[in-house]
Design a protein around this ligand. Sequence first.
Ligand code: NDP
Length: 283
Amino acid sequence: MAKLLMGKEVSARIKAELKTEVENLKKEGINPGLAVIIVGEDPASQVYVRNKERACEECGIYSEKYALPAETTQEELLKLIDELNNKSSISGILVQLPVPKHIDEKTIINAIAPNKDVDAFHPVNVGKIMVGNYDFVPCTPAGVMELIKESGIDVSGKECVIVGRSNIVGKPMAMLLLHENGTVTITHSRTKNLAEITRDADILVAAVGKPKFVTGDMVKEGAVVIDVGINRDEEGKLCGDVDFDQVKDKVGMITPVPGGVGPMTITMLMEQTYQAALRSLKG
Ligand code: NDP
């Protein structure tokens, strides 16, 4: 049986450390604050937002939640973001995606001040990640890197394969692994002979959004498998993008779903909110 990379435990430890750091920062007169905006009633988004609020409480981070009705116009949302960009008690702004269809996601992301963009979706922050000189990193890839570090694995020279090329997970994940000197391959829905490529991976990151997509024949013996997916199986049970039961006895390490990457994502959001506040202290 593979060693489980328990994000739940790692994130509990990081949050406890962060709580102390936040307390120390408050003594310097800086109170980290996160504003979370949610537009509409999407149930999954509501759960994510609630979890973010709870994590803020755990870490002693001040939070403001803006729950806006689904009919909110783009102009109204932009106005709120502008106010938050200029609000000194707020160090980080997060707009829970997806936003309703009548609102242009790119316009919203571009409106968030880059120095408060704790999700690192703004093109300025995306560009900084590309050149390897960044303040913010998208929370999920950041969490994955923490877990890889925890596992004691040196990425340098390793074959890293990512399944999925989204702006939120796949692409930034590739850049972070590249910065750690991994040999990185990004695969996607047009990739030919996917299993041949994934079988070469020392580190395989699955971010596909399809339940149990990565099967036992797609992984190498002893590989590290990071499962980013959050899906429901045919019985409605939470599952990842990796077929855990098929893979677990073949690979060396694997993140479970739930309890693997998921908790790390929120913890990284807390970390980045703290870092944003810290930078404001340093000017
Ligand atoms: P997207 O839907 O944005 O991207 C999915 C990617 O998978 C696309 O690049 C797509 O390729 C690729 N893909 C789809 N089908 C195949 C296939 N048959 N073969 C190879 N590649 C394929 O998803 P996200 O990146 O946003 O999320 C991925 C998963 O991670 C989801 O389950 C999501 O719920 C989860 N997630 C979990 C988080 C966490 O905190 N743990 C945070 C964010 C996401 P193409 O580009 O060609 O269409």
